[in-house]
Ligand binder design. Structure first.
Ligand code: SAH
Ligand code: SF4
Length: 436
């Protein structure tokens, strides 16, 4: 979501004549887009600002006409707002996720005064930016936002505070953006929102999420469709059916479970049970037998006992997730779970750390096993570009979202080719072009 927002900022500023640079010494405007989902992400902002402010000070001292505008965007901006401006007196602009579409005006104003914009826009007035990130358009895959904000109240999560209420983007706009991307060479679209399964439900006459998937599949030239993120409670049978019906829908689903223990899920206010989740997994695999599932886990949530954690480890193995993101619980300002900490339910840091390491080790084994099972098979791979490490080697993704590296010609970028898997690692595959 943040990468997508950064792309929009870059695109809108690009239309206004800005040219992107990664070099702080060259920049007339530095925009830091921020995440506040965990404290660690927030800490990165302060480290970066230290460096950016030093460059600004040095350059402006050397030549007062050499203005360097410094802007903080995103969820930390939304959360800290004026406090951020008080802390850093040389910050020119602070704007939240809802203000992304106004970035050009905000930058103009920031040339003359310090600007703060953390207003949430009313649903009736909100316009989703349709400017395409120029860099994203060079890649065969692109994100398309279908929804902003979130109406859930998972007790650990700051997203509803920083991104506001859920709002669905009109489906005709989504379809128009998909068509525009395909016209620019995009082959794979990933529909993004915090809770895509509740798409459209608040708007009379709007397509449901499942209907949107079928409509996207009808856009000529769309080879692959992915979506993220799905909340297990809201994933209806119609979306499960789409996995049976739509060949364009990739064989991968990110389905964050957070914990394998019912008491923990209850305290997180996730509104599904372990058995409910496992049942959904069965139905999904019934619809799409080769579906690769990935997930998110939080360990050390307040009150998590050893027994709760064993339930999580047990679920990990029962589902055989192909990969997962796992995090230690991080207390976020203003979130309901803080009350559990007040009650003294905090899990000691070293216990949480040990659980995280155990979970990640187990996941690594499972990921490796899932990858080993593919050795010898031929996978359809959408070629994305050069491999990061090896010259002469290109890389792409399987339908199951696995990165595969293989010797080949970069002229294949954007094409879907058959690749035979020759080796498996925990996080990637190695292969050879297959003669089809
Ligand atoms: N909307 C998505 C996820 C948004 S946040 C969903 O519902 O799944 C992405 C992930 O960050 C979450 O799935 C969760 O695992 C993790 N996360 C969110 N808040 C957190 C916190 N306070 N501490 C640790 N991890 C957190
Ligand atoms: Fe946060 Fe829950 Fe909304 Fe995801 S569904 S963004 S975890 S509140």
């Amino acid at each position: 979501m943040n990468a997508y927002d950064s792309g929009k900022v870059k695109a809108l500023l690009g239309e206004d004549g800005f040219v992107p640079t990664e070099d702080l010494d060259q920049a007339d405007l530095v925009v830091v887009n921020t995440c506040s989902v965990r404290e660690k992400a927030e800490d990165k902002l302060h480290g970066f600002l230290g460096r950016a402010r030093a460059v600004k000070k040095r350059r402006e001292a050397a030549d007062p006409k050499d203005r360097v505008l410094l802007a903080v965007a995103g969820c930390v901006a939304q959360q800290e707002g004026a406090a951020l401006q008080r802390r850093y007196k040389d910050l020119d602009l602070v704007f939240g996720p809802d203000a992304v579409t106004r970035v050009v005006d905000l930058v103009r104003r920031a040339e003359h005064e310090r600007v703060l914009d953390t207003e949430f826009i009313d649903a009736d007035d909100y316009v989703f930016a349709d400017t395409v990130d120029p860099d994203a358009a060079d890649s065969p895959g692109a994100f398309v936002t279908i929804q902003k904000g979130c109406d859930n109240k998972c007790t650990f999560c700051i997203v509803p505070t920083t991104r506001g209420p859920e709002l669905s983007r009109p489906s005709d706009e989504v379809l128009a953006e998909v068509a525009a991307l395909v016209a620019r060479g995009v082959r794979e679209v990933t529909l993004i929102g915090q809770n895509v399964n509740s798409y459209g439900l608040k708007v009379a006459g709007e397509r449901t999420f499942a209907q949107l998937l079928y409509a996207v599949a009808e856009v000529p030239g769309v080879e692959r469709i992915r979506f993220t993120t799905s909340h297990p409670r809201d994933m209806g049978p119609d979306v499960v059916q789409a996995f049976a019906d739509l060949p364009q829908l990739c064989s991968h689903l990110h389905l964050p479970v957070q914990s394998g223990s019912d008491p923990v899920l209850r305290r997180m206010k996730r509104f599904y049970t372990r058995d409910g989740y496992l049942d959904l997994v069965d139905r999904l695999r019934g619809a799409r037998p080769d579906l690769a599932l990935t997930t998110d886990f939080i360990v050390g949530f307040p009150g998590e006992t050893d027994q709760d954690f064993e339930q999580t480890i047990d679920l990990l193995a029962a589902v055989r997730f192909h990969a997962s993101f796992s995090f230690k619980y991080s207390p976020r300002p203003g979130t309901p779970a803080l009350k559990l900490l007040d009650r003294g339910d905090e899990v000691p840091a070293e216990v949480a750390q040990a659980r995280l390491e155990r979970l990640q080790l187990r996941q690594k084994q499972l990921s490796h096993d899932a990858n080993k099972a593919l050795v010898g098979s031929t996978q359809q791979v959408l070629v994305e570009g050069w491999s990061r490490h090896d010259p002469g080697v290109i890389c792409g993704r399987t339908s199951t979202f696995k990165t595969i590296n293989f010797p080949g010609d970069p002229g294949l970028v954007g094409r879907t080719v058959p690749v035979q898997v020759t080796r498996a690692f925990a996080n990637s595959l190695r292969g050879e072009l297959a003669t089809s």
